[in-house]
Structures are given as C-alpha cells and as structure tokens.
Design a binder for this molecule. Structure first.
Ligand code: ZN
Length: 269
C-alpha cells in the first residue's frame, strides 16, 4: 500500500489555493491530497538544463510557471526545439512508459518553479490513482501531438507565421505578459539565422503588435498577432481543462494526430 510522507508543509507552505500546474489541478481532490506529500517545490533557473539527454530520469517536474524548451539533437553541436512546455505540462512523464533515459534535453527558457516528485513515487502513485494515470496519459498524447505538428510546421510554414505562433505559445504556456527572450534565442528556437528573425520581427513591431525593451518582449495586441500565426497555433494550444471534459475530444484528437503524421510523411517525400 502506497502511503504519503508528511512533507506537504515544506512543499506547499500550507497553501490552500488550487495548484498552479493544470495537470495537478485536473486531479480529483482525494488523489491530489494523497499526492501532495511527495511533491517538493523547486526553482527553475533560466538558461539551465532541467533534464539532460541520455541521463537517467530521476524526477518528474509539474511546471507551475516559466517556460521549458524540449530540444532534439540535430548533430553533435546543434539542437532543434520540438516543443514548448509550461504550466499545462510535466517534464519527465515519459518515465511512466518505462523509458528511463531520453534522447531529449529540457532547457529552461524562462525561469519559474515546479513541483518535483521522484519517478519511483510517481510510479507507485499512478498505479493506485486512475485520475493521475489519465492526466499523465493525456499529457503524453499532447507531447506526441505537439512534436508532430511542430515538424509539419517547420516543413511547411513561413518564418513570420512560425514566429507569431511561437510568441503566442510562449505567452500561453508561461502565463507571462513580458517574455524575456532575445533575438538570438528566438533564432535558435526556430532554427534560423538571427538576421532572419530581426527582419521578420520588424513589421510586427512597427504595427504596434509588441514592443521590445531591455531584452523583454511585451505582446500588446494578441488578436492581431493571431492573424499572422499559422493554423498550428490553434492545433497546439494547451487544453486547460479537466480530463472528464477532455475525454469527449479523444477521438478527434487521435484522428488529428494521424492526419498530422500523414501530412509529415507527405511533405518529407
Ligand atoms: Zn505552422
């Protein structure tokens, strides 16, 4: 029988508010109460690697705020961003599939905090908690969906569309009005030259859609920015809702994933 340890006070400081992570927020109350003692809050320092590639996964991180880039290795010296994670996600949840070493790297783009749990404790908890299993499986499905759509986007959409999609996604997932992102980082995330990013940003900035100041990008007009973004933005938007409501959309999401994979196959030919 899996039983909790009394570390709740240390982890959550006696908070009574809803969890900031949307996976935890989706859990039935009794499961959340049983899980709390195993969660420890950690600070996510910007520009640090949260989980290295090819290193055993020891912890799963339920993100509360901040922004994580998931990076796939393109060659020995460079990486490509395959998806962005924020408060709707957990880093390292693939460990639940029995994968304890991943080729992916998790890089902290924007600092924040997360609730950390050991893989061992999470495995024991998920064996006894159907609600927890459901939200983590849903999260793994989202990861597959995002990675597939990201590949389709890189192959088929223009830089300006991808840039608009990236800024909107970063704001949604980090829940920040000001994004501490430089042109260098944007270029690296999108896999293009810095000069290309600079050129693409200019019409958006001149149109008053965002302002840049001291390394911060502040989006002023989301509605107009959405007009520039490709359809991938809507397809990759996080579902910030309870799994009971999400279940009704499972078949359409499955079909969407299948269509996306077929689209990538077609584009790659
Ligand atoms: Zn796209």
């Amino acid at each position: 029988m899996w039983t909790g340890q009394d570390t709740l006070g240390a982890a959550l400081g006696g908070e009574t508010a809803l969890p900031r992570n949307f996976l935890l927020r989706s859990l039935p109350q009794h499961e959340l109460e049983r899980l709390h003692p195993f969660l420890h809050r950690v600070t996510l320092t910007p520009r640090r690697v949260l989980q290295h590639a090819a290193v055993p996964i020891e912890h799963v991180y339920f993100l509360e705020n901040g922004l994580i880039s998931v990076l796939a290795s393109a060659d020995e010296r460079s990486c490509v961003e395959v998806r962005l994670l924020g408060r709707e996600a957990a880093v390292g949840s693939e460990a639940l599939l029995g994968v304890n070493i991943s080729p992916l790297r998790y890089f902290v783009q924007i600092g924040g905090s997360a609730l950390r749990i050991s893989v061992q404790d999470l495995n024991r908890a998920s064996a006894e908690m159907p609600g927890l299993r459901a939200v983590l499986h849903s999260s793994l499905h989202d990861a597959l969906m995002q990675s597939s759509q990201s590949a389709a986007c890189s192959l088929s959409h223009a830089l300006l569309q991808r840039l608009a999609r990236w800024l909107l996604t970063a704001q949604d997932r980090s829940a920040r009005d000001e994004l501490p992102i430089t042109q260098d980082l944007l270029a690296r995330n999108l896999g293009v030259r810095r000069a290309s990013v600079s050129e693409a940003l200019q019409p958006l900035e001149r149109g008053g859609i965002f302002v840049r100041e001291r390394g911060l990008i502040t989006i002023l007009d989301r509605a107009r920015l959405e007009q520039f973004a490709c359809r991938c933005y809507r397809l990759m938007r996080p579902k910030l809702e309870r799994p009971e409501r999400a279940k009704t959309g499972r078949w359409p999401l499955f079909l969407l994933s299948l269509i996306t994979l077929l689209e990538i196959e077609f584009l790659a030919q």
